[in-house]
Ligand binder design. Structure first.
Ligand code: TRP
Length: 404
């Protein structure tokens, strides 16, 4: 197996990036992508955006803004896989294969779907009023995003943990039904030391609360937005509690340890809110201004971004394409010329075969192993150009293993 840890995350393209996105997702993800032991996959989840947004102009605009944001913040599209979900044709195709092994009851239990049901019931409406099949299928599409690249770690917010668990369930089910270790079980990676920023009103900064500060406001407007953050009514000269201050929380997310300590001191000494806000603005602007310049230049050239996304998708599809071929084959969507497998009686199918071929990726090539019923490795070999060749060699090898 490739020894690198695969990290994958998607960003839904239905809004404008704000400070909370930057601190909570963009900045830590770009830092993680510089780790040489990791192979990172970052993508624009535009199929997911369709689930909550039916305004095409907004989806397009958001795709442009989010792609430009990640690039402006320093993502290197040559070092990571950076692509648009809808450019990877293998994703919707895998979604269907997974749909067919997903228990409907599993999807009934998804938090987002249940929340929609509950809201409807509260209003005395039909539980499924206004609920699209897209919302219902959301976890399966997300599982396909993750499983198509066999990601190990998926950095997400806590609200998404259930979706990662479902991806495991669904992948496991496929592995079991089709007798192979096709999918690696992904794990949610929750960054414990990443700050959740408060928004203008003190609640978590979030589009749904309408309390965000957009990431790329021009300096003047950024300053104005910061002046609008709620504070208590303590006057200048009165000592203030930094741990109960939205201004301080945001400052801390951008400042060094020394700067933060100095600000703590200033609070104790009674810094006025106007001054604290000015300091916050200056600190934010120092970090954002150079990136803002890059962002503005990128957004002005959508075709360059399109090229970057295209290149990213082509690279990603080199992984997804051969893997999907293996999965199609596993499920029985097969070329009739590839040999016709004898249909087993249901009882034979139910029994675990004595020998089991397993194909996996190994660096840039494919490899196989043959397992016995106790999952001991009887034979393994690498260096195959694609999964199909590895599987064929595995089957060939199995012919030569004497029955136990
Ligand atoms: N559902 C995620 C969110 O709203 C976005 C997303 C789509 C995603 N596909 C993904 C995240 C795959 C991680 C992995 O935040």
């Amino acid at each position: 197996m490739s020894s690198k840890t695969r990290i994958l995350t998607g960003i839904t393209t239905s809004g404008t990036p704000h400070l909370g996105n930057y601190v909570g997702a963009i900045r830590p993800a770009i830092a993680a992508s510089r780790n040489a032991d990791a192979e990172s996959f970052y993508f624009l989840a535009d199929y997911h955006a369709l689930i909550k947004c039916d305004d095409p102009a907004r989806i397009q605009r958001s795709t442009l803004e989010i792609a430009a944001s990640w690039l402006a913040c320093g993502l290197d599209p040559e070092k990571v896989y950076f692509y648009r979900q809808s450019d990877i044709r293998e994703i919707p195709e895998l979604t269907w294969l997974l749909t067919c092994v997903t228990a409907k009851g599993l999807l009934n239990r998804a938090h987002a779907y249940k929340a929609a049901n509950d809201a409807n019931r509260e209003k005395g409406e039909d539980a499924d009023a206004g609920v699209t099949a897209g919302l219902y299928m959301y976890p399966v599409l997300m599982a396909a995003d993750i499983l198509i690249f066999n990601a190990h770690k998926v950095p997400v917010g806590r609200d998404q943990i259930q979706h990662i668990e479902m991806a495991r369930d669904i992948g496991q089910r496929f592995n079991h039904l089709y007798d192979g270790e096709y999918f690696i079980m992904p794990e949610a990676a929750i960054e414990e030391n990443v700050a959740t920023l408060p928004g203008l009103d003190g609640r978590k900064m979030s589009k749904s609360y309408n309390n965000t500060i957009p990431l790329w406001l021009p300096a003047k407007e950024l300053r104005k937005a910061i002046l609008g953050i709620v504070t208590n009514s303590l006057a200048p000269g009165e000592a203030k509690n930094p741990d109960d201050s939205n201004i301080f929380s945001i400052y801390q997310a951008f400042a060094s340890a020394e700067e933060t300590a100095a600000m703590r001191q200033a609070y104790a000494e009674g810094i006025g809110w106007g001054d604290a806000k000015q300091k916050l603005f200056e600190r934010l602007d120092a970090e954002l201004a150079p990136m803002r310049e890059r962002y503005d230049a990128l957004v002005a050239k959508p075709s360059e971004i399109e090229d970057i996304l295209h290149t990213g998708a082509a690279r990603a599809r080199k992984l997804a394409g051969p893997f999907l071929d293996t999965l199609r084959h596993a499920a029985g969507l097969r070329d009739l010329r590839s040999g016709i497998e004898a249909v087993k009686k249901p009882v034979e199918r139910a029994e675990k075969p004595a020998l089991q071929p397993v194909v996996f990726r190994e660096d840039d090539a494919f490899a196989y192993k043959v397992l016995d019923a106790k999952r001991n490795v009887l034979k393994t070999q690498g260096g195959f150009a694609d999964a199909k060749a590895a599987m064929a060699a595995a089957r060939e090898a199995m012919e030569h293993i004497p029955p136990a």
